[in-house]
Design a protein around this ligand. Structure first.
Ligand SMILES: Cc1cc2nc3c(=O)[nH]c(=O)nc-3n(C[C@H](O)[C@H](O)[C@H](O)COP(=O)(O)OP(=O)(O)OC[C@H]3O[C@@H](n4cnc5c(N)ncnc54)[C@H](O)[C@@H]3O)c2cc1C
Length: 613
């Protein structure tokens, strides 16, 4: 493709446009067809839905399954569990809505061919923990993608969506634009409703692995915050973006620890072979009150004890595997757990002479990520289900954001921690059902697409190719250009700002108002410099737009962190100037709205309604 010459503009009309074909996007595409038999359902994905998103390489467990058919758990129990883990702050209406439907999704996965592990005595799904069931999940994603492919009118793979289109007169979304990362073609999607399901954000904070190890992160490196940046750009309200996640994982390979704790019953010790969590109990109580006595201990508080013990000079923290691995069955499960999900951890152990039967492997805490579906719940502020959302949480259709016609699911939607893969798929289904209703009820009332808007965006999107084409003539040696910045430079600058000012690993997750304010100034300068980004090819153009999305996500995280004047989740981050949890003033959600014209952020509080006792 010539830089501007051979590029086509491809127009696609859809009733419902699903952006991101991961777990939530596949659920949305599948369900939209069920309710909208004659509608045009289009799914657009920047990779290939066959193997895209956080579940691309498979999973070993489905982490959200009630087991209502056997009376194992009820949806209310899951709401209580998530609320406890998030130190009180979840959208109970949304969480309840997922929990009451999630079992049906899991049963469908089995019908579609996902091999489930069963308890030979009871015939029930084999439990790894209270909420988790074990699967042979290498092909989890292709199985789910097949259902979406068959349901969709069309799936467009390899298209990175960069912006939403708006019918500004009506504060209504009217579609999206993006480019094909292989051919460079410009795509204009005109749609009556849009569902965003584009995953969370890695690489906004500096990762532990840099240099030769760069890209080795816990969270999928291709998750670039589009799920947040796309709605933020058009003024959708976001919630709890300060609630970044930090994970205790096996060192250097980020191998998961869930199956080890829950199934193999391994436990942790400090560098001197001592139990340490109980030692920090009183210290933690002084910060968060009786949340430390809750069962199970909230994830952030377990991180907190880990971090304190290491800071006190008694690291490294190790997982005691030597005992469990004497049992050949448990040893097999321990290795298979990685082979089914994080093969890299097995390779790291092999390369570092770690046989967990002989040596207790080290754990570490990860750099922070932004997610809406794991043990944190950052994301968009969404309308709740008609039958159980309190009045203040309802302004239209279920899972619709504060922009008309714009829906979301999975990592995109805030307030619903612990939905995981099955809950994200289920939330996609819920959002799609509501989006179909929206389209049907709007009838002939269609949003207007402005040609001027998408042509302006086209110029903006491809400008980095032009910057590179012109600017590279000034290079006399190497790759450093006086007039453009490469995406990798911008990414490393972003990670450094977020790490040092917003509470990353380099500062032991500590920040304060002074640091956050300076961080915002530096982010503004980085944003300014994005106009000088140079992209050598389409791959680098994609990197540029991913970086743009990461920067907007980071700005949002920083504003939210500054707004919440307390340390609600010690172990995820600390506000040095407000070290204690403050339920009196901050038992509330934080909301933000970005004005793309002025570049300003408006912050507000929203009440937390508890609908489950
Ligand atoms: C390391 C790890 C381990 C996990 N382990 C488990 C587990 O054991 N069990 C469990 O149940 N859950 C697990 N989860 C959680 C589960 O993977 C997520 O909850 C789920 O994938 C979220 O679904 P999603 O659709 O929101 O995001 P994803 O599944 O990540 O999908 C997002 C999709 O959007 C696409 N996309 C992104 N940006 C754009 C763009 N601009 N344009 C077009 N497409 C775009 C991506 O390519 C991707 O396909 C784990 C997650 C991680 C990261």
């Amino acid at each position: 493709m010539g830089l501007f010459g051979g590029r086509k503009t491809v127009f696609v009309d859809a009733d419902i446009l699903v952006i991101g074909g991961g777990m939530a996007g596949c659920g949305a595409t599948y369900e939209a067809r069920h309710w909208g038999r004659d509608l045009k359902i289009v799914c657009v994905e920047k990779a290939n839905i066959e193997r895209s998103g956080a579940v691309a390489q498979g999973l070993y467990a489905i982490n959200c399954y009630m087991g209502m058919q056997w009376g194992e758990n009820q949806p209310e129990d899951h709401v209580r569990y998530a609320r406890n883990d998030l130190m009180g702050l979840v959208r109970e209406d949304l969480g309840y809505d997922i929990a009451r439907h999630v079992d049906g999704s899991v049963h469908q996965f089995e019908e579609w061919g996902l091999p489930m592990m069963k308890d030979p005595k009871t015939g029930r799904y084999l439990r790894e923990g209270k909420w988790q069931i074990m699967i042979h999940g290498e092909s989890y994603k292709p199985i789910v993608a097949e259902a979406a492919r068959k349901a969709a009118t069309e799936v467009y793979n390899r298209i990175m969506v960069t912006h939403l289109l708006m019918d500004n007169k009506a504060n209504r979304v009217s579609g999206a634009v993006g480019f094909n990362v292989r051919t460079g073609d410009f795509h204009v999607f005109r749609a009556k409703a849009v569902i965003i399901s584009a995953g969370g954000a890695s690489h906004i904070f500096k990762p532990r692995s840099v240099g030769e190890g760069m890209g080795r992160t816990w969270y999928a490196p291709w998750s670039s915050g589009s799920a947040y940046a796309l709605p933020i750009q058009v003024g959708a309200k976001m919630m709890q973006m300060e609630n970044r996640i930090v994970l205790a994982r096996f060192k250097d390979g980020y191998g998961p620890v869930g199956a080890y704790f829950l199934h193999l019953k391994t436990y942790t010790q400090n560098g001197y072979g001592e139990e340490y969590e109980s030692k920090w109990k009183e210290h933690t109580r002084a910060l968060v009150g009786d949340y430390i006595d809750h069962h199970p201990t909230p994830t952030c508080l377990r991180n907190h004890a880990f971090l304190q013990e290491v800071a006190a000079g008694r690291g490294p923290i190790r997982m005691v595997t030597k005992e469990a691995f004497q049992d050949p069955h448990k040893e097999t499960v321990g290795w298979e757990n990685f082979l089914g999900m994080t093969i890299g951890q097995a390779v790291v152990w092999a390369s570092q002479n770690i046989d967990p039967k002989e040596i207790n492997p080290e754990l570490t805490t990860s750099e922070p990520y932004v997610m809406g579906s794991h043990a944190t719940c950052s994301g968009a502020w969404a309308s709740g289900p008609e039958d159980c959302a309190p009045a203040g949480y309802q302004w239209g259709y279920n899972r619709m954001m504060t922009v008309d016609g714009l829906f979301g699911a999975g990592d995109t939607i805030g307030g619903t921690a612990h939905k995981f893969s099955s809950g994200s798929f289920t939330e996609g289904r819920i959002a799609a059902k509501a989006a179909v209703k929206y389209v049907m009820e709007k009838g002939r009332d269609q949003p207007q697409v402005s040609e001027e808007e998408y042509r302006d965006l086209e110029k903006l999107i491809y400008q980095p190719l032009e910057n590179y084409r012109v600017g590279r003539n000034e290079i006399v040696a190497g790759t450093v250009s006086p007039s453009y910045l490469l995406p990798i430079h911008g990414l490393q600058r972003l990670e450094k700002i977020m790490d040092e000012y917003v509470g990353g690993i380099g500062v032991n997750y500590m920040t304060n108002d002074q640091l956050l304010s300076r961080g915002l100034e530096l982010l503004a300068m980085l944003k300014e410099d994005m106009a000088s980004m140079g992209a050598e090819d389409l791959h680098q153009l994609q990197r540029t737009w991913e970086l743009n999305h990461r920067i907007l996500t980071s700005e949002s995280v920083t504003h939210h962190t500054l707004f919440r004047k307390e340390t609600r989740w010690p172990g995820y981050y600390y506000r040095g100037d407000h070290m204690k949890l403050d339920d009196k003033d901050w038992h509330c959600f934080t909301l933000s709205r970005y004005d793309r014209h002025s570049g300003k952020w408006a912050m507000e509080k929203a009440p937390v309604h508890h609908i489950i006792d």
